[in-house]
Design a protein around this ligand. Structure first.
Ligand SMILES: C[S@@+](CC[C@H](N)C(=O)[O-])C[C@H]1O[C@@H](n2cnc3c(N)ncnc32)[C@H](O)[C@@H]1O
Length: 197
C-alpha cells in the first residue's frame, strides 16, 4: 500500500475523462516499457539521479509522471498532448530535430524512435549536447502504420540509432494484438539503450 500514489491515480483518471484517447497510454506494454526505463534510472546507477530531463515525443506525459524529475521538459509535435503536459511540466512544441538546448540537461529521453525518419533522428541525436546522458527505446513492430523506422533486432537498433558507445543495451518481449489466424498472441521486442553523448 505504501507505494500507492492516490494523487497520480486521480490525475490519470482525469486525463482519460478529458481525453479518452489517452487510454492508449495505459496498455500493459506501454506501462511495462516505461517502468523498465524508470527502473534503470532509479536503481542501476549508470548516472547520478537526474534533476533535469527533456522527454522527446512526450505524448500525454505518462513517462514524465512516472519519472518525477523536478525539472522536466516535454517535447512533442502535437499541441493537444502538450496542453495537458503543460499543467505540470515545461513544454516545447515542434519536431525533436529542431529543439534548441539553452543548457545541457542531465538526461534526454526518446521512446518514439520508430516514429521518426532517419534524417530527423540523426539531426536530433547530433544536437544532443556533448556529455549528456540519453535513453532511447524502439521496437520491431512494423504493423503499426506510424512506425516508419521499426528495427528487426537489437543490432539494427544500435546501428540506426547511433548507440554504439552504450553503457546499457537490452531487449524485452511484449505481447501485441491477438493473431486470429494462428490463434496466438503476437510477440514483439522492445529495445533500450542508455549512453552518454
Ligand atoms: C504514440 S506516441 C508514443 C509511442 C511510443 N512507442 C512510446 O511508447 O513512447 C508517439 C508520440 O511521438 C510524437 N512525435 C512523433 N513525431 C515526433 C517528432 N518528430 N518530434 C516530437 N514528437 C514526435 C507524437 O506526437 C506522439 O506524441
Amino acid at each position: 500500500m505504501a507505494n500507492f500514489n492516490y494523487r497520480q491515480l486521480v490525475d490519470w483518471m482525469e486525463l482519460v475523462r478529458e481525453h479518452p484517447d489517452a487510454v492508449n497510454c495505459f496498455w500493459p506494454s506501454q506501462i511495462h516499457s516505461k517502468r523498465w526505463l524508470v527502473e534503470q534510472v532509479e536503481y542501476q546507477h549508470y548516472f547520478p539521479m537526474p534533476f533535469s530531463c527533456v522527454i522527446f515525443g512526450s505524448w500525454y506525459g505518462i513517462l514524465a509522471d512516472m519519472l518525477s524529475i523536478e525539472d522536466t521538459t516535454c517535447v512533442d509535435t502535437d499541441n493537444r498532448f502538450l496542453e495537458w503536459c503543460g499543467k505540470k511540466y515545461d513544454t516545447w512544441h515542434g519536431c525533436m530535430s529542431k529543439y534548441e538546448y539553452d543548457v545541457r540537461p542531465d538526461l534526454v529521453i526518446n521512446t518514439v524512435t520508430e516514429h521518426v525518419n532517419q534524417e530527423i533522428y540523426d539531426e536530433w541525436f547530433k544536437n544532443i549536447p556533448e556529455g549528456t546522458f540519453y535513453i532511447i527505446q524502439g521496437n520491431n513492430d512494423f504493423q503499426e502504420k506510424d512506425h516508419i523506422r521499426a528495427c528487426e533486432d537489437l543490432g539494427e537498433f544500435i546501428l540506426k540509432n547511433s548507440g554504439q558507445d552504450h553503457m546499457f543495451c537490452e531487449e524485452i518481449q511484449y505481447e501485441g494484438p491477438w493473431n486470429e489466424e494462428l490463434d496466438e498472441p503476437t510477440v514483439y521486442k522492445r529495445f533500450m539503450i542508455i549512453g552518454k553523448k
